[in-house]
Design a binder for this molecule. Structure first.
Ligand SMILES: [Zn+2]
Length: 96
């Protein structure tokens, strides 16, 4: 596997770990019907960073994130990737 590809997979790993942390912190949630759809709970995003920092301080994330900065960047990206407008797939079913 090339370095670029490996780097990309590593980034996806980081993003999925960050998403799970944000879900655990109740900042994001997953659509019950579509697991790949991540929704913004519209609460204070700080809770996700707090939980991530706690995990990082307790050595839980060191194999995924080399630095705290990498981790907070991934959390931020996970939140940016989430939807504030509900799940498109569910809404298109409702429209039928
Ligand atoms: Zn859905």
């Amino acid at each position: 596997m090339g370095a670029a590809k490996q780097q990309m997979l590593h980034h996806q790993d980081q993003l999925s770990v960050a998403t799970n942390i944000a879900v655990e912190a109740d900042v994001l949630s997953r659509c019950e019907m579509h697991e790949d759809v991540v929704l913004d709970n519209e609460t204070d995003h700080a809770a996700a960073y707090k939980l991530a920092n706690w995990k990082f301080n307790h050595g839980e994330l060191q194999d995924v994130f080399e630095t705290r900065r990498e981790m907070t960047d991934a959390i931020q990206e996970a939140i940016l990737n989430s939807s504030s407008f509900g799940c498109n797939s569910c809404e298109s079913v409702l429209d039928d």
